[in-house]
Design a protein around this ligand. Structure first.
Ligand SMILES: [Fe+2]
Length: 453
């Protein structure tokens, strides 16, 4: 392509970024990026490995390890931020060794990040908050078509971010987001952070893996979800301990693309959750807001299928009305009752307000008898708790304690609390302090010998 023509296409691609969004609905505090990305959630610059001065006490020479986290940290502030995961993803590490601590932060070098960094302006919107009106779709086409035509944007490379969670499986450290494949990360001996690349266990248009895969500690296998715009919309994947894909089972008993971010495993089963939230392009096109639509007449249900099922025929579905979760805490097979599965998860109330500041999450225990179909529910804690986790050694096993964020103003959490899942009592808490908020967290004792840090 001749230089003048290439310059013309480049200018065309930048137009959506330069034009004011005068037709867009007004911003509210919950989707105003200057409100969402404020305080300790504000984006920060990269920092090369830097030794941290010790303010008090000393670090034992025998203390070795790395504290890691990732966060949204948008390269360019989006015009609207319905969810905090509306950034490229920045990985932070604090390496402790030889009596000193070294901090580093680096953007995850996703294909989208590199594409937009080179262009100098945003090109690919977030799938949830970037498509809010038909104007957004037009802008997306104007921004991407010239890049595709000039060969500067290869759709097969994925166009998601890597900001939602961190996972360690198949002897690799990953940062993940539902809209793309995981990106592999390495923290070097010097404390620097390298993006090793896209983990392409398959290469097809819009390949993706959910942000919360589950590792079966008995067999060292990893289970994950994947979604598709075309039917069948949902599938689950199984990888061996080396990360080699062993199986993919299409969930053909789900006929809509649902908003599924998490799932659970037990010793023998996988649990899926079909909520009242589905993806709807029609909602965006008719100016009724983002892609995720609340369907009040839809009955929420839990699907349970053997881990080693080869197709959807072994799936059993159980109605659990108005049970809508974002995250599961855990699930296990009951030791007291035959054929009973226990599931613990925060139920989001009301789910149609999921993207504003007023969501409320009530921690529930659901018991399902998979033989006779009985479903019973109890509220473990009515407090506003979400983004929970457990000791990963108990994934799929009976669990006594969970660690959850106390939702102050969604999705900002003012504290982490430890809840006894049998009594509902709070066992411990830690507040972050005034104007300081946390996100989702993981609880790790250690990574074991497989760690490569
Ligand atoms: Fe999550």
């Amino acid at each position: 392509m001749s230089p003048p023509l290439s310059a013309f296409f480049s200018t065309l691609a930048s137009l959506p970024h330069l034009l004011p969004n005068i037709l867009d609905p007004p911003l509210h505090p919950w989707d105003d990026p200057t409100h969402v990305y404020a305080g300790n959630m504000a984006p920060v610059d990269e920092m090369e490995p830097t030794d941290c001065p010790i303010i008090r006490g000393k670090l034992l020479v025998s203390l070795k390890g790395v504290y890691i986290r990732n966060g949204p940290n948008p390269q360019f502030l989006p015009p609207r931020a319905l969810i905090i995961h509306d950034g490229d993803g920045m990985f932070h590490s604090l390496r402790i060794s030889d009596g000193k601590a070294t901090y580093c932060s680096r953007y995850v070098k996703t294909y989208k990040y590199l594409l937009e960094k080179e262009a100098g302006f945003p090109i690919i919107p977030n799938i949830v908050s970037g498509f809010f009106s038909s104007g957004d779709i037009v802008r997306f086409v104007i921004a991407t078509a010239p890049k595709i035509l000039t060969g500067h944007f290869n759709l097969m490379n994925g166009f998601g971010v890597a900001n939602t969670s961190i996972a360690f499986f198949a002897n690799k450290l990953f940062t993940l987001c539902d809209s793309d494949l995981p990106y592999e990360i390495n923290v070097t001996k010097e404390g620097d952070i390298d993006t090793l690349g896209h983990w392409e266990f398959e290469r097809k248009f819009m390949s993706n893996m959910n942000a919360h895969p589950k590792v079966d500690l008995d067999r060292k296998e990893t289970f994950a979800l994947t979604w598709s715009l075309t039917f069948p919309h949902h599938s689950f994947l199984r990888f061996d301990e080396n990360g080699v894909k062993q199986n993919e089972v299409h969930i053909s008993s789900m006929n809509q693309l649902s908003s599924i971010h998490d799932f659970a495993i037990t010793k023998r089963f996988i649990l899926f959750h079909e909520t009242q939230m589905v993806y709807s392009l029609g909602k965006v096109m008719t100016g009724r807001g983002n892609l995720i639509e609340y369907q009040p007449n839809k009955i929420s249900r839990i699907g349970i299928i053997p881990k080693y099922a080869t197709n959807d025929s072994e799936m059993k579905w159980f109605a659990v009305p108005e049970f809508n979760t974002i995250h599961f805490i855990n699930a296990w097979e009951s030791e007291e009752e035959d054929d009973e599965i226990v599931l613990v998860a925060p139920n989001v109330l009301p789910v149609d307000n999921i993207f504003n500041l007023k969501i409320y999450a009530s921690l529930e225990k659901v018991k399902i008898n998979i033989k006779i179909g009985d479903v019973s529910r109890e509220i473990i804690s009515p407090r506003n708790l979400e983004f929970g986790t457990i000791n990963p050694g108990y994934v799929g096993r009976r669990t006594r304690y969970a660690y959850l964020g106390l939702l102050e103003e969604s999705p900002k959490m003012s504290a982490v609390v430890k809840i006894d899942l049998e009594t509902g009592q709070e066992v411990a808490r830690r507040f972050y302090g005034p104007n300081c908020y946390g996100g989702a967290f993981i609880r790790e004792k250690r990574w074991g010998k497989q760690q490569k840090l």
